[in-house]
Design a protein around this ligand. Structure first.
Ligand code: SF4
Length: 457
């Protein structure tokens, strides 16, 4: 299928066409953000926890090579088979080979954003293997043939009535029934069958402990456990940055993760996988896919501290009002906009500009990533590398000249105010994106500098 590139602004326009939905999306995510605040404030040591998490991750990033080897050694000693994948293509090939060895045509997967990043599902479908996503939200978007729009709440853009319709069509529930309890029970029934029949289960990994070679997977529905315990083969796919040094560090991250993500004190299931049970195979696929490159970019390496809690999305005024799909990337929102240009600077050149740079994302991040500063830096890199559109580049060039010459700035300001007063249509027209859905303020009579001179006491 030919890939049609559409930028964030155009995709956001589509989302914005339905105003009541945008308002509802905005309010729902803000409600999650408020839950997160209440949970964070209930811990007097919250800031110390964030600082500790950030420092642990700082240590990990400085010694990633050693921790990865330590993890591999211990995982192998535990009876796991460890695979290394340089990129998404290699990851997909490894998984396919394991599935082909088992001769399976259908298998279960518990939510893993890494496999989304690698486009595993469509790749396996091309090879005749069907993946059944078992996280409820993931299953809903899968039935709707859509990607997740949020890393923690994958179907947050869907209303319960739409889910009722989907279930009616695919799972045979009665038409018009949109009761969340009923729909959850129907999904559970449907997924139980999949769990029991599946011989292979894929899970993601939240934390991998170098010291013990074990992995921790956090879910609210227990689907990772169901899949992995019932299958003959468990394949755990993880990005290189998921490593933490020791078991004792888990407490810091587990306390931060659920509180930041959904405002819960802890996820319902924090499952530890260490050894394959008798007769079972455990495969761990360690995936780079651009992470080493990001590690080498000094300004952006901190983004690898991310524990995928989604808090930066819930608080972001742009994400809340443009929807996850407008980011055209597996990981949406502020952190996705930092990670994506590392994967493909041309394809994702628009994303670092999809931010107000208000800093709310950095304020809520449990591992203290300087998100808005990195977005600002990406703008500079992308512009320097020539990936901004011609109009934007010309505009920025012109602004650079005007803003760096005080005399010119003063004259331009005077001319601008006169034009806006005398011929407002020059600015207030459909060609001006700022004019869309905004009332332009009346131009002031004087410049701020003049006003200041007159009013300074
Ligand atoms: S960048 Fe921070 S706030 Fe955003 S998902 Fe990652 S850990 Fe959470």
């Amino acid at each position: 299928m030919e890939h049609k590139h559409q930028e964030h602004a155009a995709l956001a326009d589509t989302f914005n066409a339905n105003e009541p939905r945008v308002n509802w999306h905005d309010e729902t995510l803000w409600w999650v953000r408020q839950k997160r605040d209440r949970m964070a404030w209930s811990l007097p040591e919250w800031e110390e926890l964030r600082e500790a998490a950030s420092r642990i991750k700082h240590n990990v990033l400085g010694n990633l090579h050693d921790y990865l080897l330590e993890f591999e050694k211990n995982a192998v000693a535990n009876g796991a088979v460890v695979h290394w994948a340089a990129d998404a293509a290699e990851h997909n090939k490894i998984v396919l080979q394991l599935l082909q060895e088992q001769g399976v045509k259908r298998m279960v997967k518990s939510k893993s954003m890494l496999t989304e990043e690698c486009h595993l599902n469509p790749y396996l479908a091309e090879h005749g293997i069907e993946v059944v996503d078992t996280d409820l939200g993931e299953r809903i978007v899968q039935l709707a043939k859509e990607p997740p729009s949020h890393i923690v709440l994958p179907c947050i853009h869907k209303k319960k009535e739409e889910i009722g319709e989907l279930f009616h069509e695919h799972l045979g529930t009665p038409a018009g029934n949109a009761d969340p309890k009923f729909l959850t029970a129907a999904a559970r029934q449907h997924l139980r069958k999949e769990f029991i029949q599946s011989r292979v289960a894929i899970t993601g990994v939240n934390f991998a402990v170098a010291e013990t070679g074990e992995m921790v997977v956090c879910t609210n529905e227990g689907n990772a456990d169901m899949g992995a315990h019932l299958a003959d083969v468990h394949i755990a796919c993880m990005g290189l940055e998921k490593i933490i040094p020791q078991r004792k560090h888990l407490g810091v991250f587990l306390r931060l993760l659920a509180r930041s993500a959904t405002g819960q004190p802890i996820t319902t299931y924090s499952s530890h996988f260490r050894k394959p049970k008798a007769g079972q195979q455990l495969h761990i696929v360690l995936v780079d896919n651009g992470r080493s490159r990001q590690l080498g970019r000094e300004d952006f390496r901190n983004s690898l501290k991310c524990i995928r809690c989604g808090a930066c999305m819930n608080t972001c005024p742009v994400y809340r009002r443009s929807g996850g799909h407008s980011y055209h990337n597996a990981i949406a929102g502020p952190i996705g906009s930092i990670l994506a240009p590392n994967l493909d600077m041309k394809e994702y050149a628009d994303l670092p500009f999809a931010s107000t740079l208000c800093g709310s994302c950095s304020n809520v991040c449990p591992v203290k990533i300087d998100i808005h500063q990195q977005l600002y830096k990406w703008r500079q890199v992308i512009t320097k590398e020539g990936y901004t559109g011609k109009t934007k580049a010309a505009g920025m060039h012109a602004m650079n000249i005007v803003l760096s010459k005080p005399g010119l700035y003063k004259t331009a300001g005077g001319v601008g105010r006169w034009v806006m007063r005398t011929f407002p249509a020059v600015v207030n027209n459909g060609m001006n994106p700022w004019y869309k859905q905004r009332e332009m303020p009346a131009p002031p009579k004087d410049s701020f500098a003049d006003w200041y001179k007159k009013n300074r006491k």
